[in-house]
Design a protein around this ligand. Structure first.
Ligand code: DGL
Length: 271
């Protein structure tokens, strides 16, 4: 087992599939010069409808692979993996810089005027102790409605975002949020920013959507710059991005191209 190389500049980013590209996009928007390796664990997705032991086992495997490739900072660009695996990953890799993604309950509570907040996430994220702890710490006087969007990440993962299956699921889950009259909805899964416009159409202009990708990117960059202060002036250069998938490479290649303008080839890997 290799250990993280503290001087390596590489940032590893992973998700169960293509969703974490929304975090990769935020990282590149803040600092285009970053050397990034993205892993879509599409061969073992979705994480959110599976049992937690599967999520922990896959997160350990993918993290070890990223370390073996030279990553010294890893962004868990997946709410479900963060919910179930970040504590184990921290225990196993105490010298690794790790940043996770959690539903933005705290900022949503601060924004809500009518004190009703919806959280769209995988059933697994909503069932986790970490989510319960977020609510205990930050919900305050707000009524929080968790909508477990079963099947939505998997449907987005099919590669055709504008498909009927995604539309039907969005109709269903957004209707629940409308009935609850929330004025703020949290995108608590990294796949959902890719359908944010279609969620917004269904919820109407009075409901604000909250995505934590940029906050996560900022936190990751602070850690990275602390380790590599000499690189922080590199923002004018183009960073190198590598894309790998344990499943269908076409899906990742297509979303990366269409949503991020990345034309890099996707390598298929077995983990
Ligand atoms: N994108 C992931 C998340 O943020 C999970 C999607 C899935 O595999 O179910 O929760």
């Amino acid at each position: 087992m290799n250990h993280p190389a503290p001087n390596s500049r590489l940032i590893g980013v992973f998700d169960s599939g293509v969703g974490g590209l929304s975090v990769l996009r935020a990282l590149r928007q803040r600092q285009p010069a970053l050397p990034l390796l993205y892993i879509a664990d599409s061969g073992h997705a979705p994480y959110g409808d599976r049992n937690p032991a599967h999520v922990v086992e896959r997160s350990l495997k993918v993290t070890q692979h990223l370390i073996d490739q030279g990553a010294s900072l890893i962004v868990i660009a997946c709410n479900t993996a963060t919910a179930w695996a970040i504590d184990t990953l921290r225990e196993r890799h105490p010298t690794l810089d790790l940043v996770g993604v959690e539903p933005g309950v705290k900022p949503a509570v601060a924004l809500s005027r009518n004190r009703r907040v919806g959280v769209m996430a995988t059933p697994s994220t909503l069932a986790s102790e970490r989510f319960a702890s977020l609510l205990a710490r930050y919900a305050n006087d707000c009524k929080i409605l968790g909508v477990g969007c079963r099947g939505l990440a998997a449907a987005i993962e099919q590669g055709e975002i504008a498909c009927e299956q995604v539309d039907q699921l969005l109709d269903l889950y957004c209707a629940e949020l409308r009935r609850a009259e929330v004025d703020t909805a949290v995108l608590g899964c990294t796949h959902y920013p890719f359908v944010a416009e279609r969620i917004a159409q269904r919820l109407g202009p009075e409901v604000q959507l909250l995505d934590t990708a940029d906050a996560v990117a900022r936190q990751a960059l602070n850690l990275w710059v602390a380790r590599h202060p000499e690189r922080s002036a590199d923002s004018g250069n183009k960073g190198q991005v590598r894309l790998q998938s344990t499943g269908d490479t076409m899906v990742l290649a297509r979303l990366a191209r269409e949503q991020l303008g990345l034309f890099e080839p996707v390598e298929n890997i077995t983990l």
